[in-house]
Design a binder for this molecule. Structure first.
Ligand code: UN1
Length: 517
């Protein structure tokens, strides 16, 4: 796509989303302000300046918190299904604006348009999920050990939920949190990544209109923008009972410590080092599709991206050849052009990390199978386009143990039974997503058993990325242990209360204790 055409399309996109060339990065809805430094958002697609955002100062933040606290007083009193109705309207708006929002995600972050649209689809899906859930926020009832007593549990809203999100899913991860938090009766303050701030402006514009149309307090959805210091306003703030943070393990450790010090709750979704095991019973065609999409989709910048392929020695050469020929067909270029498979990395720092990782892999004894490199020339002016690479490596290499947010796939060989492959798969610090390619029931079930994958997500005959919103999303070990999105992940956004009611005229004590006066 020619850059003049891109500019025209994007201007229309920004207009549709109410994103201007200069934006305030702090918003409580109808009121937007920002007195901090300017964050410029350059597109990794063509290096052009898309717009700028004024970041949040401590004083701006205090205004946001006041507004959120005020909004919470009203919002928590609305019946949950009514809160669901607001989320339904938000989902409808997302349906209307799917195309422009998907385009902005693609242009600001660099993922393919299809994936940008897919990300907005995840938002729509979580809204639907949350609407249904708004009639099912149920606790259990228990039989009391005392006669004439009734015991049950119920869930109440928590208050303000602070959301810190990463650049790679600049809109969906926010919506997984907000859609659930809102139906639970919480209000949200969002700090988006400073690498994709305009996406936060667009989302805030959409929800602010829904709230206004329904005469609801604007502070139900607030945004703040800036670097990690702005994030710290929230992590250190005991007025925020829950911090949900997505990003690197390094960042997560700091968030967890800070929030833990004040005994707040944190929901962490951190780094992954995801592997696909390819056994002798794997379907080769399915393996290649799953592995290639997992490794090069979003230019390897998903936390669920496939980083390691653990291949049985009997399949190794076949898989290797098929991968090399599949990689030859990859088209790298403008992600808004649907003919391309791979877009740019987020910025030049990411390119540097990619180059460093490849160098380290070679230094540690790895063999390059598909060569990487930074692309230059027409269409690659931003300097952020890199070639997806494949390296034959060993699991114990320091670099293989490390999550690099780039399209680098490590091939690892295993011998003997599938247990050996599982050991390699689990032999990293991270524990997000994992997969096995096999048509052998025994191997598949073992992989899913307590002796199998130690990850939060374990798949059979699909890749490691592209989880549906209906399941709980997150992982173990250095991935942080949090669960977002589907299943019963909503419970973290609420506080649980156990209630015991005595409807007799006696006051018997539990555990049979006698205390007569
Ligand atoms: C992330 O990369 O932080 O499973 C989230 C997936 C997507 C979400 C990824 N549904 O790949």
């Amino acid at each position: 796509m020619e850059s003049t055409t891109v500019k025209k399309t994007i201007q229309k996109t920004l207009d549709q989303l109410g994103v201007k060339s200069q934006n305030f990065g702090t918003s409580t809805g109808s009121e937007s302000f920002g007195n901090g430094e300017t964050i410029k958002s350059f597109s990794p697609v063509d290096g052009e300046l898309i717009g700028s955002v004024l970041s949040t100062t401590k004083a701006d933040y205090e205004k946001v918190l006041n507004s959120a606290q005020l909004a919470y007083k009203t919002w928590r009193l609305k019946p949950a299904p009514l809160r669901g109705e607001i989320v339904r309207q938000f989902g409808d708006k997302l349906r209307e604006l799917k195309q422009p929002l998907g385009e902005l995600v693609s242009y600001e972050m660099g993922k393919s348009l299809q994936e940008g649209l897919g990300e907005v689809q995840e938002m729509i899906d979580i809204c639907e999920f949350a609407v249904g859930l708004s009639r099912q926020l149920h606790g259990l009832t228990m039989h009391s050990e005392r006669p004439g007593h009734r015991m049950y549990e119920q869930y109440h809203p928590l208050g303000i939920v602070g959301i810190i999100s990463a650049f790679n899913f600049p809109v969906a991860v926010w919506s997984w949190n907000t859609a659930l938090a809102w139906i639970c009766g919480d209000v949200c303050v969002w700090k988006a990544s400073e690498k994709a701030p305009l996406c936060s402006i667009a989302c805030q514009n959409i929800i602010a209109k829904v709230l206004k149309d329904n005469n609801l307090p604007e502070g139900i959805s607030c945004i703040i923008n800036g670097n990690y210091k702005v994030g710290e306003f929230m992590t250190t703030d005991s007025r925020i009972p829950l911090i949900s943070a997505t990003g690197s393990t390094r960042m997560g450790k700091i968030v967890s410590k800070t929030v833990g010090e004040r005994l707040g709750k944190s929901l962490l979704e951190l780094g992954g080092n995801n592997a696909i095991i390819v056994t002798p019973d794997a379907d080769l065609k399915m393996t290649i599709i799953g592995a290639v999409f997992g490794a090069v989709g979003t230019a390897g910048q998903r936390c669920t991206s496939t980083r390691r392929l653990i291949i049985h020695e009997s399949m190794y050469n076949k898989v290797k050849e098929a991968l090399v020929s599949a990689y030859k067909q990859l088209r790298i270029g403008n992600p808004l052009n649907e003919n391309n498979h791979v877009g740019p990395l987020i910025d030049k720092d990411a390119v540097e990390m990619y180059q460093l990782a490849l160098k380290k892999a070679i230094d540690e004894g790895g063999t390059i199978l598909v060569e990487g490199g930074v692309l230059s020339g027409k269409g690659y002016e931003s300097g952020c386009y890199v070639k997806p690479a494949i390296v034959e490596a060993d699991n114990h290499f320091e670099i293989v143990q490390h999550e690099t947010f780039a399209p680098i796939l490590y091939l690892l060989k295993y011998t003997g039974s599938v247990e050996n492959a599982i050991d390699i798969q689990n032999g990293v610090k991270q524990g997000l997503s994992s997969a096995i390619m096999t048509n052998n029931l025994r191997e598949a079930e073992l992989f899913l058993s307590q002796l199998g994958s130690d990850c939060g997500i374990a798949n059979v005959n699909i890749g490691t990325s592209g989880a549906e919103i209906g399941g709980a999303f997150g992982g173990e070990k250095e991935t942080g242990g949090g669960r977002e999105s589907g299943s019963d992940a909503w419970k973290i956004y609420m506080r649980r209360q156990t209630n015991t009611i005595n409807y007799t005229t006696e006051l018997p004590l539990a555990q049979g204790i006698k205390f007569d006066l």
